[in-house]
Design a protein around this ligand. Structure first.
Ligand code: COA
Length: 256
């Protein structure tokens, strides 16, 4: 179960989980404890029946202001490799969840914080959100998958511009670049709209969403296989039959 974490809190409303990074005195910076607890929580999530997950940060000021610089500074190369592997494992675990995930970004999403947000299916931002990969300003590079994920979203040229300059971008620029899907006035509206999004989307076949999520991360071969497999499911029969009978579909398939 997801409890007994010092740096995280977790709650469920209408089968939508909300995972909160809770270290506001350090702007929710990701130290080893937070990363280990995130890894544990993501393992625990496998036994919680959810339709979706929100990731956010405690407080008004920051989503996550990056990996913990004070903890990183003394790391030897071997320890740095382990730190990067741990951060990457967490981002891969977010990506592997079999339901949609939304990063609700309030305030700073810098460095490793931006990278965590990029590993969610999409980002909803509040007006005051600030995104950036400022690692080069510290003599570092992004190490939690940010180079590859940003590249996929904004293309090589813009990814290079953002990573080489280390500059911050506003919520509006993030939306223009396709990084943030929506921008909302404040944190309350941000969380309410994320829940609303799930309310609508999860009326669709959860099983089909989870297959679509899987194939979006794969290639055409996987798409073909999953497309053929889905024809053997009750959800597919129900969805197509309901359309032809001019009624609403009643989906029962699980998001595995
Ligand atoms: N790692 C460790 N501690 C961090 C941190 C990080 N990434 N980001 C913020 N903190 C800590 C500060 O050290 C400070 O701790 P203190 O009160 O014990 O001194 C506390 O969080 C509040 O931050 P502060 O810098 O005082 O807030 P601010 O409003 O003046 O500035 C930021 C906010 C986000 C601009 C600034 O904290 C910052 O630049 N953080 C680092 C961002 C970064 O480079 N991230 C990528 C790391 S690879």
């Amino acid at each position: 179960m997801i409890s007994n974490f010092e740096t995280l809190s977790f709650g469920v409303v209408d089968e939508i989980g909300t995972l909160v990074i809770n270290r506001p005195d350090k702007l929710n910076a990701l130290n080893i404890q937070v990363l280990r607890e995130l890894k544990g929580a993501l393992t625990g999530l496998k036994s919680v029946p959810l339709k979706g997950l929100i990731l956010t940060g405690e407080g008004e000021k920051a989503f996550i202001a990056g990996a913990d610089i004070a903890e990183m500074k003394p790391l030897e190369p071997g320890e740095a490799l382990a730190f990067s592997e741990l951060g990457q494992l967490v981002t891969l675990a977010f990506e592997a969840l079999p339901y949609p995930t939304i990063a609700c970004v309030n305030g700073f999403a810098l460095g490793g914080g931006f990278e965590m947000a990029l590993s969610c299916d999409f980002i909803f931002a509040s007006k005051n959100a600030v995104f950036g990969l400022p690692e080069v300003k510290l003599g570092l590079i992004p190490g939690f998958g940010g180079t590859q994920r940003l590249l996929k979203i904004v293309g090589e040229r813009r990814a290079k511009e953002l990573i080489f300059s280390g500059r911050n971008i506003t919520s509006d620029e993030a939306k223009n670049l396709g990084i943030a899907l929506e921008v909302f006035a404040d944190k309350d509206q941000l969380l309410a709209e994320a829940l609303n999004w799930f309310k609508t989307a999860t009326k669709n076949s959860l099983m089909a969403i989870s297959r679509a999520k899987f194939v979006l991360g794969q290639g055409l071969v996987e798409e073909r296989k999953a497309f053929a497999e889905i024809f053997q499911t009750e959800d597919m029969k129900e969805g197509t039959t309901a359309f032809l009978e001019k009624r609403k579909a009643q989906f029962k398939g699980k998001n595995v």
